[in-house]
Ligand binder design. Structure first.
Ligand code: CU
Length: 145
């Protein structure tokens, strides 16, 4: 850059009224961001039933022993993942909740959060999902849309 000041607008080009307009605009934008992030709260707490569905998933060879986890709409899902194999595995859900990679014989409990829609879960170790290490979380009793 030969002359970095050339592209900058001098402060004097912004009269006070204009500065206030920008400030108001910024405030409105900030409020909007807050509103949007509030609506898409990741734990879906508005739909929460207060109940928790607890499920244990184990490993059978290169498969989970569970194909489908049914969760009543609005329940919290808590999965106990027991790596009952000799290899390293994990269990990640589509909403980003996951166990760490567990060596054979290790156990980890993962709070998957308030469930309001179907989603998949799978093992992130290379090639494992392709070999069948995946399962479905299925919501039951969802309100009609
Ligand atoms: Cu695996």
């Amino acid at each position: 850059m030969s002359n970095p000041r050339a592209s900058l607008v001098p402060i004097s080009a912004f009269p006070a009224a204009r500065a206030r307009t920008w400030l108001a605009l910024f405030a409105a934008l900030a409020a909007l961001v807050l509103l949007v992030s509030g609506c898409s709260s990741p734990d879906n707490s508005a739909a929460a039933t207060g109940e928790t569905t607890k499920v244990t998933v184990r490993v059978n060879g290169m498969l989970y022993d569970t194909d489908v986890i049914e969760v009543p709409y609005g329940n919290r899902l808590e999965v106990t993942f027991e790596n009952t194999s000799l290899d390293v595995h994990d269990l990640r859900f589509a909403n980003g909740k996951a166990t760490s990679r567990l060596a054979g014989g290790k156990v980890e409990v993962v709070d998957v959060g308030i469930i309001t829609e179907d989603m998949e879960g799978w093992c992130t170790v290379a090639g494992h999902r392709q070999q069948g290490m995946e399962l479905d979380v299925v919501v039951t009793g969802a309100p009609a849309k």
